[in-house]
Write a protein that binds this ligand. Sequence first.
Ligand code: ZN
Length: 339
Amino acid sequence: MRGVVMYSAGDVRVEDRDDPRIIEPTDAIIRLTATCVCGSDLWPYRGVEPADHQVMGHEYVGVVEEIGADVKNVKVGDFVVGSFVISDNTCEICRAGFQSKCVHAEFVAQIGTQAEKARIPYADGTLVATPGHPGPELIPSLLAASDVLGTGWFAAVAAQAGPGKTVAVVGDGAVGLMAVLAAKQLGADRIIAMSRHPERQALARYYGATDIVEERGDAGVAKIKELTNGLGAHSVVEAVGTQESFMQAVGATRGGGHLGYVGVNYDVTIPGIELFFAGIHTLGGPAPVRRFLPDLIDLIWRREIDPGRVFDLTLPLEEAAEAYRAMDERRATKVLLTL
Ligand SMILES: [Zn+2]
């Protein structure tokens, strides 16, 4: 089969790889219908994370081709969506709704779904079958559910977005935009998107943002306070993962408010004293997308949400190198790869 391999930072190739095989009786093999490049794939691309002949990709939708002897919840021919983290969905951590911290958690990035096929461990716990085979117009939205939508949704839930709340979203990448969509669905009164890019501002408004703040850092915090009678937002989503964005998110949260942080943060140092005096609730980490997948699939299936618009470039898998370049150079927010 064909698949993406990152030889080293900035060097993305598509090459022949061995077809995956069932190893454990709980595995399934899926044939990918579509896959995509994640903002977090740019970390190794830019040399922030090491990359040495690494398979790539952790977002996926596809059709089950083969199942192990113990797989019961999905069958050959099912169209499935899965989380970017493998989970059994039965352990104590999973049952508490934190499937990304499952005792059997494994990052799908290690498997590499920017490929024609993939082996999915713990298929019963990880995969969710859709009600039928989707039309092509639903594929981008279902693919978004695999990570960016599920992650943005978790962030909004972690930030306790809901009726009566003002929500501020730091970050206008795919996850930030999905957090705006989630906040709207969860019934937030006011949604402030922090963005400097006109096209992303427009998409944020499409997904439900009521205000746009272009300022960053301390100026961004001051602007959020100004818009909230000096109090700060009830709910803040951090969807970038830099020192500036994280402290901006902490500063924008009102006393007693909630911060949901899902931007993968390298080298972010949170001064204890600032966190102490902020007096806020915080919850974040790799999103337990699996918790939300059944509901998200249902919303997409009923055409109530349209997260697929977050893909602004579509390329064939063979052109993965260009997909990475386009995202690295911010010519694209998120690239869908067709198979
Ligand atoms: Zn588990």
